[in-house]
Design a protein around this ligand. Structure first.
Ligand SMILES: N[C@@H](CCC(=O)N[C@@H](CS)C(=O)NCC(=O)O)C(=O)O
Length: 229
């Protein structure tokens, strides 16, 4: 039996992040598809957040850990994967900042912009899942689309700079998180800037099947929902 069980929902880029990382890091793990099972009493007993990706290993205080970035950070710490998550405090600070910026600022815009097209539920309290009429919801969604460009360019100008990746010459865990996230923009035919297209292609080329296999599940889902319109 593998030391780590990774519980996933395959169409999700949050999940793609962890799926790419565990493959790229060549860790011993088994993957369990828990689509439709995250609100069952069995899953909630292990992970009351009902979230995926979620890893389970006996080493963890509660046996379970969710949040894609925390999963990558933990596994890098545990297995000494300094290439993905440098120990140098300043280099690590940039990786952490990029991931927090993504989760706290960029991803909420991206979810508001893309989740309706993906048939994913929006977060409680958002216009998109309120009683507002369709034009009002679409105006809110368009505002989120418009808001994406600024933080996206911050990744280029500040975090990546003149290096190939946020991590430098090799993709870091922040790069895996960013590249996976950008996959969802295909759902709304977002005009990705050329640098982002090149960046994503470089990550896929560098990580090979570790990236391509989980990406195929996300892309397959995106293409499926687009074909249903
Ligand atoms: N910030 C979290 C987001 C995780 C998340 O939203 N997971 C969704 C799939 S995209 C999920 O598991 N939803 C199932 C549920 O809530 O029942 C991460 O990066 O891991």
């Amino acid at each position: 039996m593998s030391a780590i069980q990774l519980n996933v929902i395959k169409p999700s880029v949050n999940n793609m992040t962890a799926r790419v990382f565990l493959r790229a890091a060549k860790l011993d793990f088994s993957e369990k598809d828990v689509y439709g099972q995250t609100r069952t009493p069995e899953y909630l007993a292990r992970a009351p957040s009902h979230l995926t990706p979620m890893i389970e290993t006996a080493d963890l205080p509660k046996g379970a850990l969710w949040e894609s970035c925390a999963i990558m950070q933990y596994l890098c710490n545990k297995h000494g994967l300094d290439d993905f998550y440098p120990k140098d405090p300043e280099a690590r600070a940039m990786i952490d900042s990029a991931m927090f910026y993504l989760i706290g600022t960029f991803y909420p815009y991206l979810a508001r912009a893309t989740y309706p097209a993906l048939n994913f539920p929006l977060y409680a309290g958002e216009v998109g899942c309120s009683d507002a009429d369709a034009p009002t919801k679409e105006a809110a969604r368009q505002a989120a689309v418009a808001a994406l460009a600024e933080p996206l360019d911050v990744f280029r100008a500040f975090y990546i700079g003149d290096k190939p990746f946020i991590g430098g010459a090799r993709p870091s865990i922040a790069d895996i998180r960013l590249a996976a996230t950008l996959e969802f923009l295909a759902a709304i035919d977002y005009a990705l800037p050329d640098w982002a297209k090149t960046y994503m292609a470089n990550i896929e080329r560098t990580l090979g099947p570790a990236y391509a296999e989980p990406a195929a599940d996300v892309r397959g889902y995106v293409n499926y929902v687009k074909s249903q319109r």
